[in-house]
Design a protein around this ligand. Structure first.
Ligand code: SAM
Length: 392
């Protein structure tokens, strides 16, 4: 199946049969947050400062049943949001989802991302999660999206990784073999796959991996089908994912699951090896990390269209004058043990707690520091931990 149109038709058939993701529809805004869909948080993560405007345009490319789109609307109250998808079935669910939860500032189009130029204008934030690796031409797809990104805009991409999907690939191939000329009948594929899992011994590697990593979500046929009977999937490694990134013509800003890409967590007990890795390029370092932790099943990252600069707040005078705001995505506040923007537990010192309490969106850093015992380097650390957002 190499004809692009044949592939796209097969992909649309899968998602019309099993719209994804199968999250329930609610009559209220969805619970919690995902900072990657919150413009201020995403921009702050990428640049170290608050964006200057909120009345932005957002594109959800390959929006599926609109789970992410709905968050994009609710989390960005001044933004206008557009969702596009190849498959009419999921789009219908996305429309109903947003209508039911009051997410009115959105329009949906039945459109392939390869035809995105048909939508006028540019976007400040483009979200493309779980889509490019299911297209016949991910490089063509990312280039089409890159053209629609405004200067200073952000593109958030999620694509699959091959190392952590090794067992999935084996099962996909086994199901395809067993399906024979019934391939393309996705209900049959799910039925075959479920029978295989039920029949394999408990200690079988594919069974164990499925149970440990995906068992819960794959109880739903939509998720099982998306994982095991997909007609088109391209899995990446660090080398090939950077070929995709380079082809986009955009700048790589960083992985949005940055904790995973910290070599200290793997070689922290071997300082000599950390020292050797210091001479590595960024990409070599990432390759080393994924070789040492091959559980990686996806890459998620931000790209930008220049100009987009990173503010490290090294200028003391500028830091003293800025008005700090507490990060909007945190839970458990006020408290000294909180969940940060990324749902990680952070324990605050007494002084950090006092500083955050004094962030009233009116007082400058200089004013707050007249009452709180912290120095500017400690403020920078609070900023780097993304507990506060600073404006230029
Ligand atoms: C795994 S789902 C992801 C849905 C959503 N982005 C999410 O993460 O919840 C993939 C979606 O991409 C859509 N898709 C695949 N190829 C596409 C294309 N060329 N243009 C637009 N959408 C596409 C599919 O129809 C499907 O709804």
């Amino acid at each position: 199946m190499s004809n692009p149109q044949t592939i796209s038709n097969a992909v649309a058939n899968l998602y019309n049969t099993y719209p994804f993701p199968p999250e329930p529809l609610l009559d209220e805004p969805p619970p919690g947050y995902n900072w990657r869909w919150h413009w201020t948080s995403a921009y702050n993560f990428c640049t170290g400062e608050k964006p200057t405007h909120q009345d932005i345009r957002i594109l959800d490319a390959g929006c599926g049943t609109g789970v992410g789109t709905e968050y994009l609307v609710h989390l960005n109250p001044e933004a206008s949001v557009v969702g596009i998808d190849l498959s009419p079935g999921p789009l219908e669910v996305a429309r109903e989802r947003c209508q039911r939860s009051g997410a009115a500032r959105v329009e949906f189009h039945h459109l392939s991302l390869f035809d995105v130029e048909q939508i006028p204008g540019e976007f400040d934030l483009i979200n493309c999660v779980g889509v490019l690796h299911h297209t016949p031409d991910p490089i063509g797809g990312i280039k089409a999206l890159a053209k629609k990104l405004a200067p200073g805009g952000l593109l958030h991409v999620f694509v699959y990784g091959e190392l952590g999907r090794w067992e999935i690939q084996l099962m996909q191939k086994a199901i395809a073999l067993l399906q024979g000329d019934k391939r393309g009948d996705y209900r049959d594929g799910v039925n075959v796959g479920r029978q295989v899992f039920a029949s394999l011994p408990e200690n079988n590697r594919l069974v164990q991996y499925e149970k440990r990593r995906w068992g819960m979500e794959n109880m739903r046929d939509e998720c099982f089908a998306d994982m095991y009977v997909h007609p088109q999937e391209i899995d990446y490694n660090v080398e090939t994912v950077f070929e995709l990134i380079d082809a986009s013509g955009l700048d790589f800003v960083g992985f949005s699951n940055s904790g995973f890409w910290d070599i200290e967590r793997l070689l922290g007990k071997a300082p000599e090896l950390i020292e050797r890795a210091k001479s590595f390029s960024e990409r070599q370092l990432y390759r080393l990390i994924e070789l040492l932790d091959p559980e990686i099943s996806h890459y998620e990252f931000f790209l930008s269209r220049p100009p987009l600069t990173r503010n490290t707040w090294s200028d003391n005078a500028a830091l003293m004058e800025t008005i700090p705001e507490r990060h909007p995505c945190m839970e458990g506040w006020p408290g000294k043990s909180i969940f940060n923007y990324d749902y990680q537990v952070v324990k605050l010192s007494d002084a950090e707690f006092e500083f955050l309490q004094a962030c009233d969106a009116k007082s400058t850093v200089a004013e707050i520091l007249t009452n709180v015992q912290l120095d500017l380097d400690e403020i920078r650390k609070i900023q780097q931990k993304q507990l506060i957002i600073l404006s230029k």
